[in-house]
Design a protein around this ligand. Sequence first.
Ligand SMILES: [Ca+2]
Length: 315
Amino acid sequence: MRTRKINTNLLLLFPFMLFVCVLGTPNLVSNAIAEEFSGQTFQDTTIIIANQNHFSIHNNTFINSTLRITINYDTDETSNFAVSNNTFLDGSLLIVFGSTINKTAIHHFEIHGNIIEDSVKIGVAYCSDGRIYNNTIHGCEHGIATRSAANITIEQNSISDIEGYGIYVGTGPGSGTSNVTIHNNTVRNASIGIGKWYGSEERRLITVNNNTFTNCRSYDLMADFPAVFQENVLTGRDKLVVLDCAPLFFRNKDRDGCCVQPADVNGDSKVDIRDVSLVSRSFGQNKTDIIDVVSSGMIDICDIVFVSRHFGIIG
Ligand SMILES: [Ca+2]
């Protein structure tokens, strides 16, 4: 970690916090339960908050600092908290990181109204029942990162000028991600607007709808995980890549309002027997064009299954 130093503001907080420690200082500071943590400025500091319930962290400024909300042991609990209206600047990181074997050890939280600027990301991992909304993330390594989380809503965030992923749906060893709703977000100028990025565990019940992903440098939308992608706006068809058979697409459009439907290979804005036929006739061929709907360089059963699953969809 980048910092080892505790500043004077943090010292003032010690009497009010059950557990705040600065990385590199193994001794725990234990006192009253932190019910409110606000109006402070932290610089070059790592703050770890664990095993607390019913607290709020709001209106603070973090400069080159990490705020990590976690637990000490898998049997512990951190719950019912909000991180809101803080400003994270210059290499800062906001992360919620729970138990790798018990996703409900951290549960029921909200992260909203924060500004993350020139920093790392908002990350939530191994946790459940969270809502991440109305945050502004600009000039960061990633936007909003999830890993092995359940029952998470990501909505109305504005994410721009991102080095890596605007939003990613990751997993960790032995623990999948489920029931994540990503909607009404704006992601602009990331390398990839949305994708899974890493982890090979199961992703299920992922819904991505009514977002705007534009001007991303590689892809606005990398459909490399099972999800329903519905009514999103992309820069254009060429900024969408499908790498998994399972995603479903409904009524996504480009900025001009034109249909972006990867299963529509003949470009008539509907998926019917013509599309199935076009893909089937190329079965076994090496192709890298639009017929290769699930991009692999070859027309195989995955492409036919993908188009067939969209049969009858208009738009
Ligand atoms: Ca068609």
